[in-house]
Write a protein that binds this ligand. Structure first.
Ligand code: MN
Length: 283
């Protein structure tokens, strides 16, 4: 019999400040065995420019990947490799910081709704010092698959034999944007041993077989191990991110935007940043 994953824990995202004074909601932001290899998920949805216009001026990253998915609005990106571009509504930037990048991420729109997500994925020790790389994915390159009663945007991973554009990522992640119609059910296999969570964007749904509580916007659902998730709806639809990956199970030393395995590696990273030797690869 197929083992349906049970809910380990449900949380509500919490308001916090980041960058140069960006007000956002943090779904999680810590090293947790059931979220490994993921470290952080920020939801930057706001229709008040005062909440987001300060943006994220130049800052370093090392040892992780940052995955930015913009639902509404535009984010301008510039970095130490000389890259420059705009992440627009529906686009994804999958950035592997590896041995180090210095970049800025600034909102362009100065009125109306700005909404998106930034996910941080850890890298295993053997990949932390890989050269940085980018996967810039345009909205039109993200396949949308219709399955019984649901539609799924596949950023990374596979649904019904259709693969998303982001491939060959170290932690074998899956990143799906799923919408389930009212009174419908969505079942999806996730490799046993991989960790998985869902984050609700709109509407409400049941995130396990028990169907005891309808979960809604800004709920984070962390799952137990198993083979499949089964998510269903009552009279409303539900839209959520469904994200999974292979846990790294290594020590985590984390300070701000830099995540390594030891305190010594963190100290060295900040020393290099001060001395101007942080960036190892400029393309
Ligand atoms: Mn950043």
């Amino acid at each position: 019999m197929t083992e349906i994953r049970k809910i380990h824990k449900v949380r509500q995202s919490r308001s916090t400040m980041e960058g140069a004074g960006v007000k956002l909601k943090r779904a999680f932001g810590e090293d947790h065995p059931k979220l490994d290899p993921f470290l952080l998920l920020d939801d930057f949805g706001s229709d008040n420019p005062d909440d987001y216009m300060a943006g994220f001026p130049f800052h370093p990253h090392r040892g992780i990947e940052t995955i930015t998915y913009v639902l509404e609005g535009e984010v301008q990106h510039k970095d130490s490799m000389g890259n420059e571009g705009i992440i627009s509504s529906g686009d994804v930037q999958w950035m592997t910081a590896g041995n180090g990048i210095i970049h800025e991420e600034m909102p362009i729109r100065s009125e109306g709704l700005m909404w998106g997500f930034q996910l941080w994925a850890n890298l295993p020790a053997k990949n932390k010092m890989m050269n940085p790389r980018y996967r810039d994915v345009k909205k039109e390159d993200i396949p949308e698959v219709e399955v019984d009663g649901a539609k799924v945007k596949i950023i990374c991973g596979e649904v019904n034999g259709i693969k998303g554009p982001v491939q060959d990522i170290v932690t074998d992640p899956e990143y799906l944007d799923v919408t389930i119609n009212p009174n419908s059910e969505f079942v999806h296999s996730i490799k046993k041993g991989h960790n998985v969570f869902a984050y609700v964007i709109q509407g409400e749904g049941y995130f396990d077989e028990e169907k005891e509580i309808l979960l809604n916007k800004e709920n984070l659902i962390i799952y137990e191990d198993g083979e499949e998730v089964k998510i269903s709806t009552a009279d409303s639809s539900v839209r959520f991110l469904l994200i999974s990956g292979k846990p790294i199970k290594e020590p985590v030393a984390w300070y701000g935007p830099i995540v390594m395995n030891t305190k010594e590696e963190i100290r060295l990273a900040f020393e290099e940043y001060r001395e101007g030797t942080f960036v190892k690869y400029t393309g």
